[in-house]
Design a protein around this ligand. Structure first.
Ligand code: NDP
Ligand code: MG
Length: 388
């Protein structure tokens, strides 16, 4: 049997490492074609030694030299820059691409995999938020197989009819843990620190998505992502707060049935689902223990303490370039918050200001969207400077 050849973009991150963990459990099924890292060359070197990819991709000359020094016998070709990411995502020798770079920085490589007709495992939700129309168009044209890795979307994918049609579907229930500030009063949110924001109650993740979970921007981004992935309007998606993160999302059918996908909060479950699809393989995640009398709670999201959810709903309703603007503003405000330059509640404030200032245009091309992304970042940078 031939093994699936996998490129892991963002291999050094939280999702990238979980992906390599699953691949490492199934050497008979998968082989690694390429890995990418951005700053963490020590981790990238370890993974190159372990998984022996043909290619590694780093962002610049400095990282290239650092990585080279860490590899005693140079057993793989090191490529540099964004075009190289797109190249290893679309190379003829690749079957499967895990898109696990964080932010709009992952857009071009994810799009390249889609255009090349790969099996695309999409963790990088920001690329779908920025360019959903273009990504879905590329997938349709090239017959790529797009499988969502975000746990909620993976759950929805599993709960939809097997042919992914909307037959009999009433609506989608998108679950949210509520994050570390689910019960935190507004006055404490004003002074919340990065350490508090990234201390997620149920998931261990990268810093940016952890802050997004705390502000509920993550749920907003996921709402937009779900609209594109499953071609449903935002009104057909209901956000349900479920603090235990045992149900990963649900689909409501017109006959009154609600199908849920459950599991431990461990990203290796959706990752292994994507890697092995349509088969099922062992992922290493702990089985749910129902004998421990699992408690499942449900609540509604609070759009007053968490305005980012409302902003995302508005952005999707407006459409065009507005979600791209919101995403860029949010990447900037979250980075500034993590640097200690602005407060937690400044994140929604800046996001809203940038959204209002930049307005809406219809989506034309990837270059236009990247230009919108640049303009929104510049606008956000000004607002951040004013607050500092
Ligand atoms: P991490 O921050 O842990 O990892 C991000 C990865 O991207 C790292 O490999 C990092 O390299 C690399 N990277 C960072 N900046 C750039 C850049 N400008 N260009 C190229 N590569 C870059 O993030 P996560 O793994 O948590 O998240 C990755 C994506 O998956 C995000 O879009 C997130 O929303 C999504 N996701 C994550 C989940 C999770 O549980 N973590 C759950 C659902 C979705 P280095 O570390 O070497 O600097
Ligand atoms: Mg998610």
């Amino acid at each position: 049997t031939t093994r699936q050849r996998v490129t892991v973009l963002g291999a050094t991150g939280s999702i990238g490492q979980s992906t390599l963990n699953v691949i490492g459990q199934h050497p008979d099924r998968f082989t690694v074609f390429a890995l990418s890292g951005h700053a963490n060359m020590a981790q990238l070197a370890l993974d190159i030694i372990r998984f022996k990819p043909q290619f590694a991709v780093v962002p610049n000359d400095t990282r290239y030299r650092q990585l080279l020094e860490l590899l005693p016998n140079r057993n793989c070709d090191i490529l540099i820059g964004e075009q190289a990411l797109a190249d290893v995502a679309s190379a003829a020798q690749v079957d499967t691409v895990m898109a696990a770079i964080v932010g709009a920085a992952g857009l071009k490589s994810a799009l390249a995999a889609a255009h090349a007709g790969k099996k695309l495992l999409l963790a990088n939700k920001e690329s779908m938020v920025v360019a959903g129309a273009l990504l879905m168009e590329a997938v349709a044209k090239s017959q790529a197989l797009l499988l969502p890795i975000d746990s909620e979307h993976n759950a929805i994918f599993q709960c939809l009819p097997a042919d992914q049609s909307q037959a009999g579907v009433d609506s989608i229930l998108l679950t949210a843990s509520g994050g570390p500030f689910r019960q935190t009063p507004m006055e404490q949110l004003l002074t919340a620190t990065p350490e508090q924001a990234i201390a997620h109650p149920t998931w261990t993740m990268g810093r940016k998505i952890s802050v997004d979970s705390a502000s509920l921007m993550n749920k907003g981004l996921e709402l937009i992502e779900a609209c594109w992935l499953f071609s449903v309007p935002p009104e057909k998606i209901e956000v349900v707060v479920h603090p235990q993160s045992v149900i990963h999302s649900m689909v409501r059918y017109i006959d009154g049935s609600v199908l849920a996908q459950m599991g431990s909060p461990d990203m290796r479950t959706p990752i292994s689902y994507g890697l092995a699809y349509p088969d099922r393989i062992v992922s290493g995640s702990a089985p749910l223990e129902f004998s421990q009398l699992l408690q499942l709670q449900f609540d509604q999201p609070d759009r007053v303490r968490f305005p980012c959810l409302r902003l995302a709903e508005e952005a999707m309703a407006e459409g065009g370039t507005v979600p791209a603007v919101l995403n860029a503003a949010n990447e900037m405000s979250v980075a500034a918050f993590l640097e200690g330059d602005i407060g937690f509640m400044d994140i929604p404030r800046i996001n809203e200001q940038v959204m209002t200032r930049l307005g809406r245009s219809p989506v034309e091309s990837i270059d236009q969207l990247l230009e919108v992304d640049r303009a929104a970042r510049a606008q956000a940078a000004e607002q951040i400077k004013a607050l500092r």
